[in-house]
Write a protein that binds this ligand. Structure first.
Ligand code: SF4
Length: 434
């Protein structure tokens, strides 16, 4: 039996121990143990999963973090964050995504997935500033759901999401026009539109606005089956973006054959398909993916089962279809957390999701054996961009009356995007399970 590579609840400390040779194990990129400011000036997502993904030219860049935050020790930053937060009191609320590093999560008022956090912020309407320790599309969603008086702050502007960046408004509009030429715009005899756009929460506000304008809807990994049912009640087909894997896994579980799920590559005419394939399509899948969840493989599952015959393998539905098929269950981060909470003591879990969440769960539930399917320590490279140094910087600036890194969605985009979000809220959530 092999020992899972769990060294510490903190992925940061784990990476430092690996880098100095004080612990065994391996990391997917060099530089992960350093401060993100070292790579902020360079194009690219930085070390970690999605490091190799192409970055759109207009992706926001972060300016230089002042030296006082770059050179402060971990202990000093922790103390400065606590002191600033205490002085700000009810004026600020800090949101921490499940995939965020522990050194940041310890300061969060709410911890959860992107949509849980945006909704949690609504319970604090008195807060002038919402500091979103997550990635860009999450801060945009929080801005959509917050009051006009509140400022949403992303501590590091370079914290994007490589999956969200794989679908831009121009490419999706181009795809839509090509599909309208094939399908037309008239509803069928039952009043169903030729095509309904569905965007995953992990997309820009501009795309949420696009689906709002075209009779479409937003989904999360928790409610994707219910959202697709909603879409098929109103349309003959679905255009699903940006994550092909969530779309494929969800549609397959609904009984839609793979032949009726063509992939749309925006760099090819008709997305790389012929008209017959598109006419027979039920779900058109955008070619996006998450580089974190793409790392999980069937071989890793086979090894986990060989090493731990009683293991329960649970993966996120952003994982490729063969991985979801080989797992015991699949579901959102919230589903994974609840599965662990509900398990009898002494259970063994192999988890296919981001390493910060997996190591935190392993530390929180010592009565279980919990390990990541991927033996290589490889955090999300964009979540990695939020370091305590940036959190201290934006908090201390608020104390000086300065709002830094504010994320604002224009009214032109926000109005239809809210329509798409409200449609989602009208759909009863359903867990993605096998
Ligand atoms: S884990 Fe994947 S989908 Fe989530 S923020 Fe990172 S790159 Fe984006």
């Amino acid at each position: 039996m092999t020992t899972p590579p769990l060294i510490d609840a903190s992925v940061d400390r784990t990476l430092k121990l690996i880098a100095t040779g004080a612990a065994s194990g391996s990391a997917c990129s060099p530089g992960l143990e350093s401060g993100p400011w070292l790579i902020d000036a360079a194009p690219g997502y930085g070390p970690g999963a999605s490091n190799a993904d192409p970055v759109p030219f207009d992706t926001p860049r972060q300016g230089e973090l002042p030296e006082t935050y770059r050179t402060a020790s971990e202990a000093e930053l922790e103390q400065r964050i606590r002191a600033a937060k205490e002085k700000l009191g009810e004026r600020v609320v800090i949101l921490g995504h499940f995939y965020q590093r522990d050194e940041v999560i310890q300061h969060a008022d709410f911890v959860g997935d992107s949509f849980q956090l945006a909704r949690a912020a609504k319970t604090r309407p008195e807060a002038e500033a919402i500091i979103f320790c997550g990635v860009h599309f999450m801060a945009e969603t929080a801005d959509l759901l917050s009051t006009p008086k509140q400022s949403v702050i992303l501590p590091n502007l370079a914290a994007g999401c490589s999956m969200a960046d794989m679908a831009d408004l121009e490419s999706v509009e181009d795809c839509w026009e090509q599909l309208e030429e094939i399908y037309g715009t008239e509803p069928d005899a039952e009043g169903r539109a030729p095509l309904i756009p569905v965007t995953y929460m992990n997309s820009s506000a501009a795309l949420k606005g696009f689906v709002g304008r075209h009779g479409g809807i937003v989904c999360t990994s928790s409610n994707a089956p219910a959202v697709l049912e909603w879409a098929f009640e109103r349309g003959q087909r679905v255009l699903f973006f940006p994550d092909q894997h969530l779309g494929r896994n969800t549609a397959k579980a609904m009984g839609i054959p793979l032949e009726q799920m063509p992939l749309w590559n925006p760099n090819k005419p008709l997305g790389g398909n012929d008209e017959t394939e598109l006419e027979q399509a039920k779900v058109l899948l955008w070619h996006g993916f998450c580089s974190v969840h793409k790392r999980f493989t069937v071989e890793q599952i086979q090894k986990a089962r060989a090493d731990h015959p009683d293991v329960h393998v649970v993966v996120h539905p952003e994982s490729p279809m063969p991985v979801v098929d080989a797992a015991d269950s699949a579901g959102s981060t919230d589903f994974i957390v609840k599965a662990i909470q509900a398990a009898p003591a002494g259970s063994t879990f192999a988890i296919g999701t981001e390493i910060n969440l997996v190591q935190r769960l392993a530390a929180q539930y010592p009565e279980h054996t919990i390990f990541c399917l991927d033996p290589v320590v490889c955090p999300c490279s964009t979540m990695y961009r939020i370091h305590p140094g940036y959190l201290a910087w934006v908090l201390e600036s608020l104390l000086e009356g300065k709002v830094l890194n504010q994320i604002t969605v224009s009214a032109e985009v926000a109005d239809p995007a809210r329509v798409a979000l409200e449609r989602m809220l009208s759909v009863v959530p359903k867990a993605v399970t096998k």
